[in-house]
Ligand binder design. Structure first.
Ligand SMILES: Nc1ncnc2c1ncn2[C@@H]1O[C@H](COP(=O)(O)OP(=O)(O)OP(=O)(O)O)[C@@H](O)[C@H]1O
Ligand SMILES: CC(=O)N[C@H]1[C@@H]2OC[C@@H](O2)[C@@H](O)[C@@H]1O[C@H](C)C(=O)O
Length: 365
């Protein structure tokens, strides 16, 4: 069946839309992809919503907190616009699409407090598109005692079920997450590994006003301050066993505040590479290769540092004829189909739930 997946990631860069054909098991065929960037005004509102949500004890739309209302309205509207444009450009009618997987925008992720918050109104999206929508993928997991993330592992498994194992799939978004795929069916271990591009984006934005370090050019001109990398790596998160997950705000650029732009970018990029390398120590066997998806694979310096730290093949997912910008959105299309069939989307060794479980709320049309 055909499904659309929608992702608005922690980088707050925009709405990704992917179309796939899948049976919710090993059969997956990515068909098309498009990205719809947020405006600077949208981004500012979403950033402020994240800041406020993180101060709350629990998700709560309080009337005086117009920012979160406004942010949810923006997220819903941009997704509706994106889906309508995508359907039109691909000459698809609403009846061709079985379901939309709508991740929404994470504004705060607090599994330690028993909640995670993705904004975006799935019922309104279903109404506007006349297509059934699955949203709120993470809450059920967190309520059952899981981390609520990462959820992509079962999609990584579907993509690489026929490859030779063990291998690992690394997603380099604002935060990085990794899936280890072992030899046995459904032998998956996963976790967030640390920052990916989020801190580098913050650093470059603060120093130059740019959104990110294009191709890692700034970092390529800097020197890595290993003492600072070691200090950042001494945070408790890095010695914790998986499953474990992060909020985008869990790390700050303070540690590199006194460095030049170039050295700061190089040091933060090395921190990402080092934290990915550390995650490998939690797996029962060294993977034969690391397959990389997400925006960070465009950062040449990061890919080189990963290769140097991991000492194994680090290959962009394009080497396997897939589009690494589309992987997350495709993943949420796949998870929505699994939800419709009541198949599990999270597992004891991916998010820490007590048993495999499905997740997401269905808004039927
Ligand atoms: N050409 C490029 N050069 C360097 N970095 C890039 C390039 N293109 C994208 N990126 C990085 O990738 C990031 C976006 O990646 P991606 O879209 O995978 O993240 P996300 O989905 O928002 O985050 P998450 O996976 O944590 O939810 C940008 O913020 C930027 O840092
Ligand atoms: C709470 C939340 O939105 N987490 C995201 C974030 O972005 C990357 C990393 O942290 C990952 O664990 C997760 O997203 C991916 C898509 C996942 O669930 O697999």
């Amino acid at each position: 069946m055909l499904a659309i997946g929608l992702m608005s990631g922690t980088s707050l860069d925009g709405v990704d839309v992917a179309l796939i054909e899948t049976n919710g098991e090993k059969q997956v065929k990515p068909l098309n992809f498009a990205s719809y960037p947020y405006s600077d005004t949208d981004k500012a509102c979403l950033r402020e919503a994240c800041r406020r949500a993180l101060t709350m004890a629990a998700p709560c739309f309080i009337p005086e907190d117009e920012v979160i209302y406004q942010a949810e309205h923006i997220v819903t509207l941009r997704h509706i616009q994106a889906v309508k444009d995508f359907l039109k450009k691909n000459a698809l009618g609403n009846q061709a699409i079985k379901v939309i997987g709508f991740h929404g925008q994470t504004i705060a992720h607090r599994p330690d407090l028993g909640w995670t918050w993705q904004i975006g109104d799935g019922a309104a999206l279903a109404q506007a598109t006349k297509i059934s929508v699955v949203d709120d993928f993470r809450s059920h997991d967190v309520q059952a005692g899981g981390e609520g993330a990462p959820l992509l592992p079962i999609y990584h498994w579907a993509l690489f079920s026929e490859a030779s194992h063990p291998l690992a799939v690394l997603n380099l978004g604002g935060i990085a997450n990794i899936t280890w795929i072992g030899a046995d069916e459904n032998d998956l271990i996963a976790c967030d590994t640390g920052p990916a591009n989020g801190m580098i984006d913050d650093w470059v934005k603060a120093k130059t006003g740019l959104d990110y370090d294009e191709s890692g050019l700034i970092a390529s001109k800097g020197v890595v301050h290993h003492d600072l990398v070691d200090a950042m790596m001494s945070q408790k998160f890095f010695s914790q066993l998986p499953p474990k997950s992060l909020d985008r705000s869990d790390f700050s650029i303070e540690a590199v505040a006194n460095l030049s732009i170039e050295d700061g970018a190089a040091t933060l990029t090395a921190f990402t590479a080092e934290s990915v390398a550390r995650s490998l120590s939690f797996f029962p066997e060294r993977p034969s290769k690391i397959i990389v998806a997400g925006g960070g694979r465009h950062n040449v310096t990061m890919m080189k540092m990963l290769h140097d730290s991991l000492k194994m093949p680090v290959q962009p997912i394009e080497d396997f004829h897939l589009n690494g910008d589309a992987t997350e959105a495709e993943g949420f299309a796949y998870l929505a189909v699994r939800r419709v069939f009541n198949k599990p989307i999270s597992f004891p060794k991916t998010t820490g739930v007590p048993h495999p479980m499905t997740g997401g709320r269905i808004h039927y049309i």
